[in-house]
Design a protein around this ligand. Structure first.
Ligand code: UDP
Length: 222
């Protein structure tokens, strides 16, 4: 775990958001991984994800208090947690502010169409270049399509490690684009799945809330 933590981004949220904004306005490439302890545990067993996390390609942020705590124990000072869902929202804000072209890929068809509707209502300047569900299509083919479209921001909600492996496989073929694995964010932002109540988030207990709501995760977790 130490090597992963060493590699991770440790500065503040504000600094990170400035960095994203700079990348968006200057059309620079970026691959964002939002990691929680579960992500790191998967990487321990998955050689490909392990390689990605240890490479210099993605910027890996701490989405999860478990990471912050482990960092403290290892005397690595993470300024703060940066939840993946907040980064996704920030990316939508910037996309709207700068009228950027985005691509959404992942979740069920029902969730994706609900999500797209919300985005169209709330972010009128965003150009949606594509919105595909994460089930009934060939993922490799979809990525070939994304290469042709060359969007400014690509959101992948396929779960860990699928989303990270796909991004990493194709990243070098793009000249520009911000790529981010957003996990279940489409489900939450479409309104189909509740985000943990504010109290839980403030107590940094979001993971516990999710374990309560989705007990099958216990098995995956331990
Ligand atoms: N998903 C998908 N295609 C798949 C498997 C999963 O689109 O083949 C979606 C799923 O519908 C959900 C997301 O991936 O929207 C995974 O959410 P989860 O909260 O489990 O992600 P995590 O961040 O925990 O990996």
């Amino acid at each position: 775990m130490d090597e992963y933590l060493e590699r991770m981004y440790k500065n503040s949220k504000r600094h990170f958001y400035n960095k994203i904004e700079d990348h968006i306005t200057n059309n620079k490439k970026m691959f964002i991984i939002t990691a929680n302890p579960e992500t790191l545990m998967i990487a321990k067993k998955n050689e490909l994800l392990n390689k990605i996390l240890l490479s210099n390609i993605p910027i890996i942020v701490a989405d999860g208090i478990g990471i912050i705590k482990a960092g403290k124990m290892l005397k690595m000072n993470f300024k703060e947690r940066i939840p993946g869902i907040e980064i996704a929202i920030k990316l939508l804000d910037y996309s709207n502010k700068y009228s950027k072209r985005v691509y959404f890929f992942g979740a069920t068809e029902e969730v994706m169409s609900g999500f797209v509707k919300k985005v169209q209502e709330m972010y009128p300047n965003i150009v949606i270049t594509g919105a595909k569900n994460g089930y009934d299509n060939d993922k490799e083919k979809t990525f070939e399509e994304i290469i042709n479209i060359s969007p400014d921001i690509i959101f992948l909600g396929l779960g860990v490690p699928k989303q990270e492996l796909l991004i990493s496989e194709y990243y070098h073929k793009f000249n520009k684009g911000i790529f981010i694995g957003v996990g279940g964010t489409f489900d939450v932002l479409s309104g189909r799945k509740k985000r943990a109540p504010k109290m839980f988030i403030e107590l940094n207990m979001e993971w516990l809330y999710r374990l309560f709501k989705e007990p099958w995760r216990f098995k995956r977790f331990f």
